[in-house]
Design a protein. Structure first.
Length: 259
């Protein structure tokens, strides 16, 4: 799709990847709608977007309320007249050992990371199909292709988003609505420091939110269904070809981190 002149709704836009992406899209000539829970921080991002794209708007919403999430995307469509693209970027981390998880936490992570994006897509899809064009961009994670230690709930939600993205891409293959799946690796955002999460098992190099935003824009403008950034596809292929070795290595890493 062409960014300039398009109308894009970005969730999880008060910080990190979503904020960087919203600013990048606005600077490239898009009208941007932004969604997040934190009104003060969202307003700062909106001010930056409106400096380049005055028609940009914001919606304050907690996407764990999936009925409310549906309402937001439909209100954004009505406000702008249409949406060329929905970017499902909002997500919550959950680094917690499986034995310490509870049902309420699991349900919350699944609602924010999978159910809300799916419901927002289902809400807006009939309008995109009637219009004959549109794009759904789902920002998942490498953890949606690898079962990470201490991240059972998070990986489950991101695996679900990856599977959903693949299936709807097939269902929509011969329509004017395109699907893009973006799998970030370690990105330098506040996700690593949020409360109620265990410390990361290892300290790994991280790329900036701005570089990740550039990768998402490239995915939107390109033809490929799936994008990894940084490029960790070889690790995914290794896991798929030899899952037992992958599981052993992940378990060894977790044991070493707890010594």
């Amino acid at each position: 799709m062409q960014i300039s002149g398009s109308t894009v709704l970005v969730t999880g836009a008060s910080s990190g990847i979503g904020a960087a992406l919203a600013r990048r899209l606005a600077s490239d000539g898009a009208t941007v709608g932004i969604v997040a829970r934190r009104q003060d921080r969202l307003a700062q991002v909106l001010a930056d977007c409106q400096a380049a794209s005055p028609q940009s708007r914001m919606w304050v919403a907690d996407l764990s309320d999936v009925d409310g999430a549906e309402g937001v995307v439909l209100e954004a469509w009505d406000t702008f007249g249409h949406l060329d693209c929905l970017v499902n970027n909002a997500g919550v981390p959950m680094r917690r050992h499986t034995t310490k998880l509870d049902a309420e936490t699991l349900d919350w992570v699944m609602r924010v990371n999978f159910t809300a994006p799916a419901r927002m897509t289902m809400a807006v899809l009939p309008r995109m199909l009637e219009r004959g064009s549109g794009m759904i961009v789902n920002v998942s994670s490498v953890a949606g292709r690898l079962g990470n230690a201490n991240e059972a709930a998070y990986s489950a939600s991101k695996f679900a988003l990856c599977g959903w993205s693949e299936a709807i891409a097939v269902d929509l293959f011969d329509t004017g609505v395109k699907v893009r799946l973006v799998n970030p690796g370690p990105i330098d955002t506040e996700i690593w420091d949020l409360p109620d999460n265990d410390d990361p098992l290892v300290d790994v190099p991280k790329v900036s939110s701005e570089d990740m935003a550039d990768a998402i824009v490239n995915a939107m403008e390109g033809d490929a269904f799936e994008t990894y950034f940084p490029d960790m596809k070889a690790i995914i292929e290794m896991k798929t070809s030899d899952p037992d070795t992958f599981l052993q290595g992940m378990a060894d890493m977790a044991r070493a981190a707890h010594r």
